[in-house]
Design a protein around this ligand. Structure first.
Ligand code: GLN
Length: 309
């Protein structure tokens, strides 16, 4: 079955939600950030946004959750828009094949992280955006509010504080890269920015809309351009190859779309030129990706035939 009409998205979403509700085994919420551990793994929401801003949703699609690493897509786009290709001298764009919080590659590769979506790479991007804007997290929040049309979006200070209290790994990454002069700002300031960035509370509807600029080849909701067409293609490509960490191959195999996950249980995905998706369910697999989220996206591309392949 191939979907060409927007009207058909709602029944597809409802069918997927019914299937997910019948599927046992939801994984476990992230517990290394204590404030996230109490989330209910049975929660499930999914939204699809058309390029014109029409949104379809099912389940808990209006329920706010912790965006976490999904924000790395937006900081990448915001920094790339400002500094262009110079960014790629400080962070690579190859899949890491390692967990998102891994330290091992950095010593062999002179403090240059493999890609912008593992934590080390995201810290570099946030650091550079912070240098350019004076407030990376605030710049990100303003962008998400504008693109989602939801001025109520905000940081969850409890989640940010909870992560800061258990942030030794991210602190180690930032200090280590500072020793290679690949971090420009003081580490405590950078970590504060990064944890607040990750803590932003968003719903599936918000994120599907905020991601739309990547389906519109770089053009924002107000019609202005954030990225060149080529840069939008690059961000989508890095999402496809690196957006779900050491499960990126499996995600491309099952879903066939550029996607980005976060340990809050959300995943965004892009059908370039067509629509964007966001799915949320807090139970994670051992690689930090939402179990029901990947399953739902797998069903979406199978049922609709919409994929980049
Ligand atoms: N804030 C989380 C961390 O740095 C983000 C990780 C994620 O969502 N994969 O560990």
């Amino acid at each position: 079955m191939t979907t060409t009409s927007a009207l058909t998205f709602q029944p597809v979403l409802e069918r997927i939600a019914e299937e997910i509700a019948r599927t046992p085994g939801r994984g476990r919420p992230a517990d290394y950030i204590p404030a996230l551990a109490s989330r209910d793994p049975r929660s499930f929401g999914m939204a699809v946004a058309e390029l014109d801003g029409t949104v379809y949703g099912v389940g808990d699609w209006r329920q706010p959750f912790s965006a976490q690493s999904i924000t790395k897509v937006f900081t990448l786009a915001l920094d790339l828009a400002r500094e262009g290709d110079d960014l790629w001298e400080h962070v690579g764009r190859e899949p890491s094949g390692n967990p998102f919080n891994s330290l091992v590659q950095l010593e062999y590769e002179n403090g240059i992280p493999r890609n912008p979506f593992i934590n080390a790479g995201a810290l570099v991007v946030t650091d550079r955006l912070h240098t350019r804007t004076g407030d990376a997290a605030g710049t990100l929040l303003d962008f998400l509010r504008a693109e989602s049309g939801n001025p109520a979006l905000t940081f969850d200070e409890e989640v940010a504080a909870s992560e800061a209290g258990h942030g030794d790994r991210n602190a180690a990454l930032a200090h280590f890269m500072t020793s290679y002069r690949n971090i420009e700002n003081p580490v405590p300031e950078l970590l504060d920015q990064y944890f607040r960035q990750c803590s932003i509370e968003v719903s599936c509807a918000d994120l599907a809309l905020a991601t739309s600029f990547l389906a519109r080849h770089g053009v924002r909701a107000d019609g202005t351009r954030l990225l060149t067409r080529s840069q939008a293609k690059q961000v989508n490509a890095v999402m496809l190859t690196c957006g779900t960490y050491d499960a990126a191959g499996e995600f491309a195999y099952r879903v066939g779309l550029p996607g980005k996950s976060g340990v809050g249980g959300g995943i965004i995905a892009v059908v370039p030129g067509r629509c964007t998706l966001c799915v949320w369910s807090p139970g994670l697999d051992e690689r930090g990706n939402s179990v029901a989220g990947v399953a739902a996206l797998d069903r979406f591309t199978t049922l609709t035939g919409l994929s980049v392949f």
